[in-house]
Design a protein around this ligand. Sequence first.
Ligand code: HEC
Length: 97
Amino acid sequence: MRIEIPLLCLLLSLPAQAAGDPKLGKPLHDKQCVACHVKSQGGDGSGMYTRKPRLINNAVALGQRVATCSAQTNAGWFPEDEANVAAWLNQTYYKFK
Ligand code: HEC
């Protein structure tokens, strides 16, 4: 069936998207996420990601948290935006494999 081919492509492309691009994620994060974390953590807000114990302990949880937060803030992000932000947070703070 023809319809299966695009579906398969979509599924196969998901892991690549999930990797995200940190360079694209940083400006999104600066715009939508930093202010509120600064309010609760002080400084540049990065304490939210470096505090002990942290809420987030693996890459999957990080992706889910970014998705939940972006939904709550009505950021209007696409899944690839969320993946980019998660990638930036991971590269900069979490360093999950
Ligand atoms: C309205 C305020 C607010 C906004 C806006 C916000 N956050 Fe948060 N965020 C919080 C609070 C509060 C916590 C801590 C939750 C807890 O301790 O249960 C948190 C925690 C987190 C954590 C987990 C930190 C840890 O302990 O490892 C991540 C990741 C995160 N936020 C990402 C984001 C992203 C990405 C955005 C932007 C889409 C965002 N947040 C926007 C308030 C906010």
